[in-house]
Design a binder for this molecule. Structure first.
Ligand code: CP
Length: 307
């Protein structure tokens, strides 16, 4: 197995068996004793968290996951590291490998993971914590883990993803994970400026919100990703809310037991009305919780095999 193969930078190259194995493993890490019962799994290993873009959920859940598996954790503060002196991220990972840190978790605003994976030091595994608009594989995994615990028959699901899909790495990874598990009815909904090109990712783009919500089993809202678009392209938040913001009335077009999801952070009052905090099947908190278990599964999968 090459070092590139030992990385998780996208779900596009993952097969269904591996994905289901990760979900099974994550499911075990949801048990009540998971915070303390697995501290021997990665004892003696070290995980580097190299976040070059802001994060709350992904960063802290990887940190908790590493601790719960018994690994040491080192974290990069981009503005206080030698990156300010011109060091590349590849050289940072090489320096960490020299200190026997062989699991590198990287978030970056640009699409750099493929290049990093090609040049990894021997024995080092790279895990993407989100890159540009391309991929956020562990978010895709935690989203399907969350859905599976409520609606395990993926082949029968109608999933509506609503919002800024064009700039969303979450939408790409989650749609890929859904497709791997057999979901065919994926509706990609938003104003035309936020829609991907037909065929660019799994799902059917449409700007018709009411039609896309009709009979949906799962509705996932996305925030407007201002940081990934030019200021001139950013729609007015009020206009967006009026046309595509979800509230109880609009969600009424979906199935009565529709699952409501959002990868976070939520801009309440824009993509979701605050009244939806009380939606009976609001899974937003559960997604965050499941993120720790998924990241434990990924770290265990890629750790413990260093040369
Ligand atoms: N969903 C997600 O990636 O959230 P953070 O940016 O807080 O990590």
């Amino acid at each position: 197995m090459t070092d590139t193969a030992r990385s998780l930078i996208t779900l596009d190259t993952l097969d269904r068996t591996t994905l289901e194995g990760l979900l099974e493993s994550a499911g075990r890490y949801l048990a009540p004793d998971a915070a303390t019962a697995h501290r021997a799994r990665l004892a003696g290993e070290a995980v580097a968290l190299l976040f070059c873009e802001p994060s709350t959920r992904t960063r802290f859940s990887f940190e908790l996951a590493a601790h719960r598996l018994g690994a040491d954790v080192v974290e990069l503060e981009e503005t206080a590291s030698s990156q300010t002196k011109g060091e590349t991220l590849a050289d940072t990972i090489a320096a960490l490998a020299a200190m026997d840190v062989h699991l590198a978790v990287v978030r970056h605003r640009e699409e750099i993971m493929g290049g990093l994976a090609e040049g990894l030091p021997p024995g080092t595994a790279l895990i993407s914590a989100g890159e540009g608009t391309r991929s956020h594989p562990t978010q895709g995994l935690l989203d399907v883990l969350t859905i599976r615990r409520h609606r395990p028959d993926f082949g029968k699901l109608a999933v509506a993803i609503v919002g800024d899909i064009a700039h969303s790495r979450v939408a790409r990874s989650t749609a890929r994970a859904l497709t791997l598990l057999g979901t065919r009815d994926i509706r990609l909904v938003g104003p035309p400026v936020f829609l991907p090109d037909e065929g660019e990712m799994p799902g059917t783009p449409t700007d018709d919100l009411d039609a896309a919500l009709d009979g949906a089993d799962v509705v996932m809202a996305l925030r407007i990703q201002h940081e990934r678009m030019a200021a001139d392209d950013t729609p007015d938040a009020g206009d967006y809310r009026n046309r595509y913001g979800l509230d109880r009335a609009r969600l009424g077009a979906a199935r009565p037991d529709a699952l409501l999801m959002h990868p976070g952070p939520v801009n309440w009052g824009v993509e979701l009305d605050p009244e939806l905090k009380d939606w009976p099947h609001n899974l937003i908190g559960e997604q965050v919780r499941n993120g720790v278990a998924v990241r434990m599964a990924v770290l265990e999968w890629l750790g413990g095999t260093t040369t």
